[in-house]
Design a protein around this ligand. Sequence first.
Ligand code: NAP
Length: 504
Amino acid sequence: MAALNLPYEGKASDTVLEHLEDARLLRQLAYINGKWVTGTEDIPVINPADDRVIGYVTSLKKSQIDNAINAADKAFTKWRALSAEQRATLLMAWHDLLLANKEDLARLMVLEQGKTLNEAQGEIDYGASFVRWFAEEARRAYGDTIPSHIPNAQLATLREPIGVAALITPWNFPNAMITRKAAAALAIGCTVVVKPANETPFSALALAELAERAGIPAGVFNVVTGDAPMISATLCASDKVKALSFTGSTRVGKLLLSQCADTVKKCSMELGGNAPFIVLPDMDIQEAASAAIDAKFQTSGQDCLAANRIFVPRDKHDEFIAAFAAGMKKLRVGDGMRKGIDLGPLINHQAVEKAQSLVDDALEKGATLVMGSPHNALKGNFFNPVLLADVTPEMSVYREENFCPVAGVIAYDDLDELIIAANDTEYGLAAYIYGNDIRDIWKLMRGLEFGMVSVNSVKMTGHPIPFGGMKQSGLGREGSRHGFDEYSEIKYYCLGGLPTASGC
Ligand code: NAP
């Protein structure tokens, strides 16, 4: 075990330290203006695999949140004045450190979040890819030149960083949901105050540790921890915070939007999903079932892109159910740190209760239990996957974002009805289509009210694509060239009184 020279030395459990090559990646204090800061009390961080405390984070006072905002505001002047090239060099140093420490970051994530080590390693790659992307993309943050309608004038736009951005993130992707925001904000010249979920603060604090090592100046990247409603309200109310980017539930997103109204902040929201997974009549059923299993059970179903409602043609229904059940049987539930595990634990007891309540509600309302137990027989936060057939719109499993390994299958008869059914939700994040006939695929593609539609591929996300939802799944896009829009303003300028072109 490596020796820790930290204020909280001795408080972290040996289990965590045993898993880390570099024990200094486990930071338990908040990070403000380049300093590690203690708050008023400690909040335990729990390993969902065994409910044991793995360490603590500090709960900051309101005045300390104000300090973080002030530090970010002060740092903004110098940070924005750097060239895109200079910021890119620092971001690439951060990116390289993320990859160099991938194994430690992944293990830390498994311990606080519960996902499998494979999934966590994949998330570190995914998270780092946004840092590289935006470091490169900032060099191409072009404006436009505009053919002038005013005599003797030149018209153009330039893109300017908006200022301090508050980034509030969830526990299901504790690394990538931060880098997808922070990389765009920092690359374009903003400074940030990050508020991670209290369930998974260590991934965020390790990002701060590595940002410091990369040479990112004090005040540019800050991480605050503690009471979520107080911190969020302080960030939303501040005039100095010019943008809020939130990833989390639609319920909290709506609350934060209302809190940002007073200061007319630029808000981007990555909220919940209720993804339809649609199997078309000409699709190979084995292939579709195998893809649906991947799309349903990644991160134990705790994924905003998870297949929430699986629509299958009625005459292929039984074949699909059999294939899905056969594939599901092979899934192994257990501690994400162990080899060969497909599904780690759910995040906490409430998540297990919610999963059970979805199953209870569906069975009461007439769903058929095809596989799994009506009462989860596993201990702690583990939940055995469940397959339900005959799911109807009256059931919560159809209406709500499941966020658990409960799969619901719905038979359909006709494509027009299918489109209406798939759109029958307030959410509009992602949809999957599996099929061959391009006319059917195109009809669905245009008819589905979802921000992202993936055809014959479970993998759809990544740094070059605009990630985001329609309807109550959110506002704005992350990643891609559009990712800068949330952190910048378009400034138009008119240079008048110029000599006419012929006189030049
Ligand atoms: P959540 O409960 O909405 O929490 C998200 C963040 O908001 C956390 O930092 C949380 O802090 C904070 N928060 C919670 N209650 C708050 C309140 N009353 N006032 C202010 N802040 C508050 O969401 P979650 O359970 O962490 O994450 C799951 C949700 O995120 C799902 O709906 C999922 O679909 C969504 N998600 C969306 C995307 C996307 O890109 N669209 C990606 C990933 C996840 P504490 O944890 O400290 O309470």
